[in-house]
Design a protein around this ligand. Structure first.
Ligand code: GLU
Length: 478
């Protein structure tokens, strides 16, 4: 990220305080006593560790964190990020967002987050493996990881490879633990992962925004047509979330007019072929000078170009008091966690922009992580028991219909009708159902507050209500 795109955190709030501020805004619309609200807001356990790792011929002291924000449901859940921006406040804020996120999408976990303060690009794969495995064993030592305790996952700067190292370290320290695979999600499919996890967050972003765009009343207010087709979209970040979101928008008829990355941005109002942009970046090392597009040297200015939908899918605070007034999008979908500061939120709300909040919109990752965890605990691949049964049933229904009507379907139609669900089909449909259902819960909350608040505040009220009831029903120790 060049300096121009570097987030400028507004002076008076830390990231965690920003989350607390949003929480407080929503809490006034709930019925809980202040003690319960304080407990929901608090970070229950903060584990900061420093450990030595030999890097080349030197010993480096690595700074890392795991924060469990809420234990109202167990295990706790949330990713692990590798970034030089990792600090206690950031991990606490992200852990808190996980609590609310899980509640919103009805995933029965408490919130957590982890982070290691490194730039992974500065280390060899071997060194990264040492750093990761040592982090995992620190978590085991303090009982901060386990299928029923705390289940990490990928986040910024980590992926299936790191998850593999962690599950292997865990399993070797807990020999014979039959559910060991469920200690972490986002694993490669060969190591107990679930099909569809990689693209889950991006796909969830697409399903969520599609639902927003299918709400006629809201589109009318924004002066937009109903539906995704033809909508102009700008995506910031071609990482796992941004790339997959862009791909699903593109595949479903949206026009990707802009892409922003570290090295700068590109814009083409006629639309970019996202597959070709990614290929081009792979071969040249940059998106700049992509044929037919205009270069935007200051990457952050890409966000300010004309479009209907803006998807910030990189890091936090990229839309702030400094640039919010220049944003032209009518819908902002928070693919990243915390891409808008509270100041930006206020400015954009006043402009009538619909901001679809992170803790709903990027919950696809944790939703599919939940499916992976269930798969690991049940020790069976989704679809294994019922795929053939469904196909046989479909086949006999089709045979009856054909004999009753005297007509035959085509070979392609036959394949489509007979198809029993594979794992990925079930994961996608579970995710789609979750994103649609949760959107309508938030919308109902919004309507019950007479549209007086923004969507983030409404989402917070949904989350607070669920976590609050959980605490009440758990009972508080005397
Ligand atoms: N890191 C992702 C998030 O922020 C996924 C978390 C998970 O799957 O547990 O939502």
């Amino acid at each position: 990220m060049n300096n121009a795109t570097k987030p400028t955190q507004e002076a008076h709030y830390s990231f965690f305080q920003g989350v607390e501020r949003n929480f407080d805004k929503a809490a006034q619309y709930t019925r809980f006593e202040s003690g319960i609200l304080e407990q929901i807001k608090a970070c229950n356990s903060v584990y900061r560790m420093k450990y030595p790792v030999r890097i080349g011929d030197k010993i480096e002291v690595i700074e890392a964190y795991r924060v469990q924000h809420s234990h109202h449901k167990l295990p706790c859940k949330g990713g692990i990020r590798y970034s030089m921006d990792v600090n206690q406040d950031e991990v606490m804020a992200l852990a808190a967002l996980m609590t609310y996120k899980c509640a919103i999408v009805n995933v029965p976990f408490g919130g957590a987050k982890g982070g290691i303060k490194i730039n992974p690009k500065n280390y060899s794969v071997f060194e990264l493996e040492k750093i990761t495995r040592r982090y995992a064993s620190e978590l085991v030592k303090k009982n901060f990881i386990g299928p029923g305790i705390d289940v990490p996952a990928p986040d910024y700067g980590t992926g299936p490879r790191e998850m593999s190292w962690i599950v292997d370290t865990y399993a070797s320290l807990k020999p014979g633990e039959v559910d060991a695979l469920a200690c972490i999600t986002g694993k490669p499919v060969t190591q107990g992962g679930v099909r569809g996890r990689t693209e889950a967050t991006g796909l969830g972003v697409y399903y969520g925004i599609r639902e927003v765009c299918n709400t006629a009343e809201d589109m009318k207010k924004l002066g937009l047509e109903v539906g995704i087709e033809g909508k102009k979209v700008i995506v910031q970040g071609l990482g796992n979330v941004g790339y997959h979101a862009a791909k699903f928008f593109y595949d479903n008829g949206a026009i990707i007019v802009g892409v922003a990355e570290y090295e700068g941005g590109i814009y083409d109002e006629k639309g970019l072929d996202i597959y070709k942009v990614v290929e081009y970046r792979k071969s040249t090392g940059s998106i700049m000078n992509y044929p037919g597009a205009t270069n935007i040297v200051n990457s952050a200015e890409t966000l300010e170009q004309p479009c209907d939908i803006l998807i910030p899918a990189a890091l936090e605070n990229v839309i702030n008091g400094g640039n919010a007034a220049r944003i032209q999008a009518k819908i902002i979908g928070e693919g990243a966690n915390g891409p808008l500061t509270p100041e930006a939120d206020e400015i954009l709300n006043q402009k009538g922009v619909i901001v679809v909040p992170d803790m709903y919109l990027n919950a696809g990752g944790v939703t599919v992580s939940y499916f992976e965890w269930l798969k690991n605990l049940s020790h069976v691949r989704f679809g294994r028991m019922d795929k053939r049964f469904s196909e046989n049933q479909n086949s006999s229904i089709l045979a009856s219909v054909e004999s009753l009507t005297g007509k035959k379907v085509t070979a392609i139609e036959r394949t489509q009708i007979l198809h029993g669900p594979d794992e990925v089909d079930l994961v996608y449909s579970g995710l789609e159902d979750t994103m649609i259902g949760s959107y309508h819960e938030i919308r109902e909350a919004l309507l019950s507050l007479d549209n007086k608040v923004d969507m983030r505040t409404a989402a917070f009220t949904v989350a607070i209500n669920k976590v609050g009831v959980s605490y009440e029903e758990l009972g508080i120790f005397p």
